[in-house]
Design a protein around this ligand. Structure first.
Ligand SMILES: NC(=O)c1ccc[n+]([C@@H]2O[C@H](COP(=O)([O-])OP(=O)(O)OC[C@H]3O[C@@H](n4cnc5c(N)ncnc54)[C@H](OP(=O)(O)O)[C@@H]3O)[C@@H](O)[C@H]2O)c1
Length: 300
């Protein structure tokens, strides 16, 4: 039976993988997070992976504090890159496969057509730089897949959708930037995609093709459009004002445009990708029902 190790499993994506794993049975899943497997500890990582004969590693662990990374780069690079190298060193020369995640923030946002996997990277932020280094670490293993994703949200953890819902309930006007364009990604869709790819490969329905892939939901929007849709979907009345990035003080420079071209993952793995509005609707409905998914997929 194939053994699938999920690291950083208590985060947004890790939790969605736990939920999705109920639909992809017949494999042994091992879910770990920093308390059970700190991926910055190279010796423990190697021992754990060898002892448990892990065939697949899905690395959901990350340092995602975009603002804090500017002053805490050492921690960001340790988790986002050096720790990825620990995973790679533990499986190098074996048939085990690594699935690792990166970000649209590896781009500088100067494009005006969607970025594909060959587009030139040029991160503007410390976070983006640490994630780009992480991609390089992951790709030191010949059987690694790096999935770049953007604007991730889910019912789990902290994210833009939950923050807009919480602020919207207070009914005070919200200011949201309209000059940063990208695509939201429902972590549940990404989780399902990852497990679908793994199950197709295990069943020999498709060949595993290592390398970089893009995945977000379909469509394009600004953070302002995204916020408007969240408020409307939730039936809230709060006013949302479009503002320019220059009027929103931040120590971090973010890409103005970071839409990802998903042709490669669609064509290589036969993936169907939902539109961001359809997926947002599902997530807001779950959050509104006050019965978000628990890790075993049943209402909490
Ligand atoms: N969130 C986004 O908007 C976004 C956008 C683009 C790409 N991504 C990428 O998508 C992937 C999944 O993101 P996510 O939003 O699901 O992340 P998340 O919610 O922040 O989850 C990351 C998990 O990793 C854990 N972790 C941190 N350091 C660790 C360590 N040394 N060893 C083991 N676990 C550790 C965290 O624990 P603690 O909470 O205790 O730190 C947390 O449970 C990441 O690679 C991320 O960079 C995210």
């Amino acid at each position: 039976m194939a053994v699938i190790l999920v690291t950083g499993a208590s985060g947004q994506l890790g939790n969605e993988i736990k939920v999705s794993s109920k639909n992809y049975f017949g494999y042994e899943y091992i879910f770990t997070d920093i308390d059970t497997l700190d991926i910055t500890d190279g010796r423990k990582v190697r021992e754990f992976i060898i002892k448990n004969h892990c065939d697949w590693i899905i690395n959901c662990a990350a340092y995602n504090f975009v603002e804090k990374a500017e002053t805490d780069y050492d921690k960001a690079i340790q988790i986002n890159s050096f720790a990825v190298k620990n995973l790679v060193d533990s499986i190098k020369g074996t048939d085990s496969r690594l699935i690792h995640f990166s970000t649209d923030y590896v781009f500088d946002g100067k494009a005006n057509v969607p970025y594909n996997e060959k587009s030139v990277t040029n991160p503007l932020s410390a976070y983006g730089k640490s994630k780009l280094e992480g991609e390089r670490s992951a790709l030191q293993h010949s059987a690694s897949m790096v999935i770049r994703t953007s604007w991730l949200y889910s019912e789990f953890g902290n994210n833009f959708v939950k923050s807009i819902l919480n602020k919207g309930k207070v009914n005070e006007p919200l200011n949201v930037v309209f000059d940063q364009t990208g695509t939201p990604t429902y972590a549940a869709d990404l989780a399902d995609t990852v497990l679908l790819i793994i199950s197709k490969v295990i069943r020999n329905q498709i060949a595993f093709n290592a390398g970089i892939y893009n995945y977000s939901n379909e469509g394009v929007c600004s953070w302002y459009d995204f916020a408007m849709e969240i408020i409307q979907e939730a039936g809230l009345k709060c006013k949302v004002n479009p503002i320019l990035t220059k009027d929103f003080p931040s120590a971090v420079q973010r890409p103005n445009y970071s839409v990802l071209d998903k042709s490669k993952i669609r064509e290589n793995y036969g993936i169907e990708i939902p539109h961001w509005r359809a997926s947002l609707k599902k997530c807001v409905k779950l959050l509104k029902s006050n019965s978000p998914k628990s890790e075993d997929g049943s209402p909490k």
